[in-house]
Design a protein around this ligand. Sequence first.
Ligand SMILES: [Zn+2]
Length: 709
Amino acid sequence: MTLRSNLTAALSLLGPWLCLSQLPACTNKKPDVPVVVPAAVTAKADKAPAAESKSDFKITADRFADVRILRYRVAGFDKLSKQQKLALYYLQQAALSGRDITYDQRYAHNLQIKRTLEAVVRSPGIDKSSKPYEALLSYLKRVWFANGIHHHYSSKKMLPEGLSAEDFAALVRSADASLLPLDSGQTKEALIAQLTPLLFDPAIAAKAVNKDPGQDAVATSANHFYVGLTKEDVERYVKERTVSDDPTPISVGLNSQLVKSGSSFEERPWRVGGMYGAALSECVAWLQKAMEVAETPTQRDALGRLITFYRTGSLEDWDRYSVAWVEDTTSKIDLIHGFIETYGDPMGLRGTYEALVQIEDDEATKRMHTLSGQAQWFEDQSPIDAQYRKPNVVGVSARVIEAVMGAGATSPTMPGGINLPNAPWIRQQHGSKSVTIGNVLAAIDEAERDNGVLEEFGAGSRELERAKENASLARALLIDLHEVIGHASGRLAPGISGANETLRQYASPIEEARADLVALYYLLDPKLVTLKLMPSLDVGRAAYDAFVRNALLVQLARVSLGDDLEEAHMRGRQMIAHWALEQGAADSVIEKVSRGGKTYFAVRDYVKLRKLFGKLLAEVQRIKSQGDFESARELIESHGVKVDRELHKEVRARYAVLNVAPYTGFIQPELVAVMNGSEIADVKIEYPDDFAAQQLRYSERFSFLPVRN
Ligand SMILES: [Zn+2]
């Protein structure tokens, strides 16, 4: 599964991280989760100066509707060999070549609508200072952001705001006819008449994915996965195709459109020569080039299998590729490319096109190795009861990567982590790759510091200074300790079953709290300074401040008024902070402060707070080790679920004033080939800063599909 960046944005704001190792494949599905450019947009006007230094790199690039657009850097790019850079360049081209597919999968008319709107923006004769034009551009940005006319998160159709049907018609009339996606013989008026209801009638194609239990999820969803089918039809089709007791079942329906004709079904596979063939053959051509410069034979073999899959459309070939991909663990460069996640299909069968080009994050990987190399030391020093310590603990291997660029469903919104492949049998027999995307999360983190949340909720000037100095490293170490040491630590009492069985609905919040507590306990240990993982314990103090602030205040902003906490990480966090607040009350370890009608929580005694975290860790470990359901229930229900209604109202009101965009997307870095005659002499990385210009550039170069597929 891919963990979407809106989600991680929320979590990074709340506390920091999203736990990857605890997410089983595809059972905890979160669906995916846009700013103002100058009115005049030209396709090539946005190259950021190449010499932009790290300190002046502008993270936030745009803000529109409910969206903000950020930029991210690829720090490791300059250290790569020419061959590696070349491979990345080819993979970028392969990724972008399929981008039209995502639009068409989401709605049959997306490409036609997008190209019409782009034609208006590109036409030289249009008045780019008029209100209707600005409204159209703003709408087009939302379409780009969502890869179609349906909201990327709610999947509801987005109506153009501030643009009337008459304005739209007038703009299309003034557009350059040669740029419009006109069918042969079609007039502008006919195109306008065709598109107007699609854009302006809220009843037509109201939702891309309709999950209303009272309605037919297939017949009433506007996506382009099914034509003329009902839910029952799809169920029948799946049943017919499923082989019972198959130990290696294919992912039925993953790569095709299903069309009903009469009483039979026609499957239109997405492959070279089939549906989306024009885009896929471009992908294949670039993947072949990438094969020539692959880093290892294993990687070359995997790319070859991916090409085979795009040629045959056979799902057995897809599985062969997935196995080869998951077994390629030594290459520095990696690629995700294909029909991967099935959130866009109400039946959860058909995969939306996505691509992500990535490299290993050296610095973070080194940090992880340092930690996992010390796993036994951490286990031996743990405040948990000796009988629950593991005599031979192995740190969970976790990897951090840097995204180089994404396309299709991984752009402009991006995942913060990836845990693939999705096929359960491949995960069981061959394992899975679970990575966090360090540079994307770091960009979100940096943007969070610009948006005023810290100033609003921070308890005092020392806390703010400490956060500004140390927050990034504090967050990274918290995640690393949680993943590498936390989840790996501790063992069950003899004869006791796993937490899912014994603690049932409290298993996840207890396990997340346990991993957090391990991380918190060691974040204030001088050992981390000795290991050169942090320059001073101030990093740990900043982590404590952030944890308490997020758990008791900021995370409430994402919960609707009147609701309790539901999500496991949120429950776990509040439980820890609330318990410590209560237990340390006599010593004022954490102090509740009211100032100017606002509530703050200030950590007053870090050493005592660490002791409390240790004490709670011992108890939580005991609960897990003994499978003590009653104590788990008591701890979570009394500290992790209920929300103080007055405080909740206050937090939501303070947060609303900050006007933080709920959703985050990214401008992608661009790899540019430096030519020497017909040879690529070098590959450069550029960081454009104009969202609209990038989208127009992409459309100009990577539109391989017709408007109707
Ligand atoms: Zn976790």
